[in-house]
Design a protein around this ligand. Structure first.
Ligand code: NAG
Ligand code: NAG
Ligand code: NAG
Length: 488
């Protein structure tokens, strides 16, 4: 028996949490943390779902819906007294088939009646119509959560919170957002699909209306309200009056949903137990695709642009890598001209591991010509001899036609900007000294072999070479280029 009675008490206690609190006499205060088991007055498209969501509109287009707290509230202490201070708070969420687009909006209202007739959906939020909008005989106070910009109503944007008196044209409105402890403002997107809390406070003494909004994740009510207006509600409200929510849809399927609600006369609105609130449905029919596209499309575009850019850079670099300098006069030396690409490939891009030595005029690399598989030594000279190049090349080529045991056989050349490449038969190091000694003709290098070896630079004395070729003496500076050699 004891157990059963305890259970009954427990059930009673639990249901009290769901049902309105009436602790201060005649309905001065209530709190709903979810709407399961409540007896709200619903009309139009409004429904309370099994999991306790109050859907003021159910997602059908061009409709309105209303919900009223079942009993009217006394806003004045005596019939001709002033409207007293009150605070209301609610948690809402907007669920639209499009991401961040919803029409038209919703409102918390105080109204003389618990039904509406001849009201319109769309921009009139299910509260008014085009005839009575602005008429003081409406006796309606509302706080609108407006997600569509109606220019005829002077809406400031499509994401605003406004204070409405007898009209859906707000007396005061602000783009949605909140101030943190430091007074720094953060924007809020009303139809982001996130649950948000709103506080509506009326101060009897100052006749001040303040509206504050914050995402549910911001636990404490921001100290600074978003929008305020000084307006004596004693001139607006009748007594008693009903409180509730209204919302209307336009051509886009949108659900305006209330998750929790509280109100108190002469004091702060009771705290809504956010832990017990039902979950806001994440209705993402058309935005999954668009959200995916929103993420994937820029990445794909960026990747494509990057790939194209890389390809272009590679092509240009490839072109630059193999560009040569060719002039008309060189046509006659045709067979003695090597393509730079071949020399590049032969030396694997002039890699250091193919470096045979460094001389006064440049570096010498060992290479294997790609087609003939012939071993060659490629000498890279940085040439500044612009004029005289033709003569130089013709000498080079004519020497190439000669064969002499004392001369490394010159096969040909290649020219690029600031670069001249001479291609020789490759001489293994061991036989190099044979060419350097040049002593068969009785002439010797100006330096002794040991000296040259220790200095690592061996020069074939120009006088030695003079006898080797026909016109060598006339080559001048170029002669040295062909005779200098370095031993590693
Ligand atoms: C929404 O409510 C209206 C009016 O009660 C009804 O005709 C419509 O079928 C409802 N739509 C959905 C999706 O429940
Ligand atoms: C305001 O509404 C009342 C009652 O419906 C009506 O008699 C009056 O003509 C309206 N005033 C205006 C300016 O439309
Ligand atoms: C905040 O919203 C306002 C008005 O809609 C807009 O002008 C501003 O750029 C927004 N700021 C940020 C940081 O999004």
């Amino acid at each position: 028996m004891k157990g059963v009675s305890f259970l009954l008490h427990a059930l009673l206690f639990l249901s009290l949490g769901l049902a309105p609190l009436c602790s201060r006499g005649v309905e001065d205060q209530f709190v709903y943390s979810g709407f399961t088991g409540t007896n709200l007055i619903l009309d139009g498209a409004a429904v309370v779902t099994a999991d306790g969501l109050l859907k003021v509109t159910n997602g059908t287009v061009n409709l309105y819906g209303h919900e009223f707290h079942p009993t009217p509230l006394r806003f004045r202490k005596s019939s001709n007294g002033r409207v007293r201070s009150f605070s209301a708070s609610f948690v809402f969420g907007i669920s639209s088939v499009y991401h961040e687009t919803s029409v038209d909006g919703m409102a918390f209202f105080i109204s003389p009646r618990n039904h509406f007739s001849n009201v319109l959906a769309n921009q009139f939020l299910g509260l008014l119509n085009d005839k009575n909008n602005g008429n003081s005989s409406n006796h309606i106070f509302a706080v609108e959560i407006d997600t569509f910009q109606n220019t005829e109503l002077k809406d400031i944007n499509d994401n605003q919170v406004g204070i409405d008196i007898n009209s859906v044209r707000s007396v005061q409105s602000r783009p949605a957002g909140f101030y943190d402890d430091m007074g720094i403002f953060s924007n809020l997107s009303l139809n982001s699909g996130e649950a948000m809390q709103v506080w509506v406070d009326y101060d009897e003494g100052a006749t001040q209306i303040s509206v504050t909004i914050a995402p549910l994740r911001v636990v404490v009510k921001p100290a600074k309200p978003l929008v305020s207006a000084t307006y004596d509600l004693s001139q607006v409200l009748v007594d008693p009056a009903y409180v509730g929510f209204s919302s209307s849809t336009g051509p886009i399927s949108t659900q305006y949903i209330v998750l929790g609600w509280s109100l108190s006369m002469d004091g702060p609105a009771p705290v809504i137990d956010t832990a017990r609130l039902p979950k806001l449905p994440q209705l993402v029919l058309k935005n999954t695709q668009s959200r995916v596209l929103k993420i994937v499309l820029p990445i794909a575009t960026a990747a494509l642009v990057l790939a194209m850019g890389t390809a272009i850079v590679l092509i240009i670099r490839r072109r630059l890598r193999y560009t040569e300098l060719r002039e008309d006069w060189e046509a006659e030396f045709g067979p003695h001209r090597f393509s730079y690409k071949d020399l590049f490939l032969a030396t694997e891009g002039f890699k250091n591991k193919h470096l045979l030595g460094t001389g006064g005029f440049g570096k010498v690399y060992k290479g294997v010509l790609p087609t003939s598989k012939l071993d060659v030594a490629v000498k890279k000279l940085s040439h500044e001899l612009r004029q005289g190049m033709k003569e130089f090349v013709s000498e080079v080529v004519s020497i190439g036609r000669l064969r002499h045991r004392n001369l490394v056989q010159l096969l040909g050349y290649c020219r690029r900007n600031h670069e001249l490449l001479l291609v020789y038969d490759y001489m293994p190091n061991s036989s190099l000294d044979r060419y350097l000694y040049c002593d068969e003709e009785g002439k010797r290098p100006t330096l002794g072999w040991d000296q040259m070896r220790s200095s690592k630079v061996l020069h074939v004395a120009c006088s030695t070479c003079t006898r080797s070729g026909r016109k060598l003496s006339s080559i001048g500076t170029s002669r040295r280029a062909m005779c200098s050699w370095t031993v590693r």
